[in-house]
Design a binder for this molecule. Structure first.
Ligand SMILES: *[C@@H]1O[C@H](CO)[C@@H](O)[C@H](O)[C@H]1NC(C)=O
Ligand SMILES: *[C@@H]1O[C@H](CO)[C@@H](O)[C@H](O)[C@H]1NC(C)=O
Ligand SMILES: *[C@@H]1O[C@H](CO)[C@@H](O)[C@H](O)[C@H]1NC(C)=O
Ligand SMILES: *[C@@H]1O[C@H](CO)[C@@H](O)[C@H](O)[C@H]1NC(C)=O
Ligand SMILES: *[C@@H]1O[C@H](CO)[C@@H](O)[C@H](O)[C@H]1NC(C)=O
Ligand SMILES: [Ca+2]
Length: 340
């Protein structure tokens, strides 16, 4: 280090010398002395060598710094591996990172609706987009439809898994969005379409006016992935408190929504459950609570370590029971008559 400083000083001095001599030449331009020119070139040559030496020194230093940095990064990574809680944070950061950087282009459908007047060729969900050959999963904007009376709507379409054509209506994955929201927010939807969100009861109600399949995908902190599928799924309108109707379960996650069949939707400011308790307040999320159990996919997102300590987490009794908060959930819908 000291050597480098010394060299820098040396170069500065030489440079100063060179500059002052060149200035002197400029002044004496009419008759430049020959000796000075040779001196100049020697100086330049020597300077060049010094610069070359300095450059290689700097390169060495940079290399050393890089390897030091790598060592540090490796140490941090080791530490994080040991600490499971930290690892969960890394996972979250990663998913946020990939969300930002793997953005699938938003595909806007330019005025596609203007000429359509029948329900058969209207675009009102991801399945109709799929049938128009949109086959990339990502964010889409469903156009407003005068005929159906539906507003423009941002949706996330899963066009790849299980045959595609799925409209995602709920997702829990990052864990930063609170699901402890009121009736109005659950009606209109909240969150970010690429991250965690609730599409909105009003939208779900509209989308399930045609015979609809619901598929729920669940992942625990041990990495097990299971699903529950309902061959029939619909919501009542707001006047009927977005009552849940489901039928025809299949899957390997357990039928933990059956108990909620025929129940109204409840939020922290609207207790519509079948219980003396106020389930939405107790379980900190809006849902079709019966007497609270057997599932709550809109509960608190608990990270690894604290995921088994409370009953207000993201629960699905068929998977680990009432005190286990799941790591990832996705609820998606598709028309019954959809054929990939
Ligand atoms: C440049 O480095 C070489 C080898 O490291 C050394 O022999 C030489 O004296 C150095 N030159 C100057 C001008 O520092
Ligand atoms: C459930 O599945 C059976 C057999 O496929 C079918 O006949 C019935 O209509 C389905 N029920 C509903 C409510 O969709
Ligand atoms: C569900 O809501 C409807 C109308 O909002 C109401 O008539 C009905 O009694 C409610 N059911 C329960 C179990 O609270
Ligand atoms: C839910 O209730 C409806 C109507 O009461 C019924 O037809 C359906 O079979 C029930 N679903 C389940 C899963 O029990
Ligand atoms: C679940 O957690 C609650 C506290 O939130 C506790 O009272 C209960 O005993 C726990 N149940 C089980 C099965 O661990
Ligand atoms: Ca109640």
């Amino acid at each position: 280090m000291r050597r480098a400083m010394f060299r820098t000083a040396l170069i500065s001095i030489s440079l100063f010398y060179l500059l002052s001599t060149s200035q002197t030449w400029a002044e004496k331009r009419p008759a430049p002395p020959k000796a000075s020119k040779t001196q100049c070139c020697d100086e330049v040559r020597s300077l060049k060598v010094q610069v070359a030496n300095l450059t290689s020194l700097v390169e060495d230093l940079t290399k050393k710094q890089d390897s030091d940095l790598m060592k540090l990064v490796r140490q941090v990574m080791d530490l994080e591996k040991r600490n499971q809680q930290q690892e969960a944070r890394v996972t979250e950061a990663e998913s946020k990172y990939s969300e930002i950087h793997n953005r699938v282009e938003i595909m806007q459908l330019q005025g596609a609706q203007s000429a359509t007047h029948t329900t058969s060729d209207a675009i009102y969900d991801c399945a109709s987009l799929y049938n128009r050959n949109y086959r990339i999963s990502g964010e889409y904007k469903l156009p407003k439809d005068e005929f159906l009376g539906t507003p423009e709507l941002d949706v996330y379409c899963d066009m790849e898994k299980n045959g595609g054509g799925w409209t995602i209506i709920q997702r829990r994955r990052v864990g930063l969005t609170s699901f402890d929201r009121d009736w109005k927010q659950y009606r209109n939807g909240f969150g970010t379409i690429r991250g965690d969100f609730w599409l909105g009861n009003e939208h779900i109600f509209r989308l399930t006016r045609q015979p609809t399949v619901l598929r729920i995908e669940l992942e625990d902190w041990e990495g097990a992935i299971r699903y529950a599928e309902y061959g029939f799924f619909t919501l009542s309108n707001e006047l009927n408190s977005y009552k849940l109707l489901i039928a025809n379960y299949s899957g390997n996650a357990g039928d933990s929504l059956r108990y909620h069949n025929n129940t109204n939707f409840s939020t922290k400011n609207k207790d519509n459950d079948k219980c003396v308790d106020d389930c939405a307040q107790l379980r900190k999320g809006g849902y079709w609570y019966n007497c609270c159990t057997d599932s709550n996919l809109n509960g608190v997102f608990y990270r690894y370590g604290s995921h088994t300590k409370s009953s207000d987490g993201i629960t699905w009794y068929g998977m680990h029971g009432p005190n286990y908060s799941l790591k990832r959930v996705e609820m998606k819908i598709r028309p019954q008559n959809f054929t990939p």
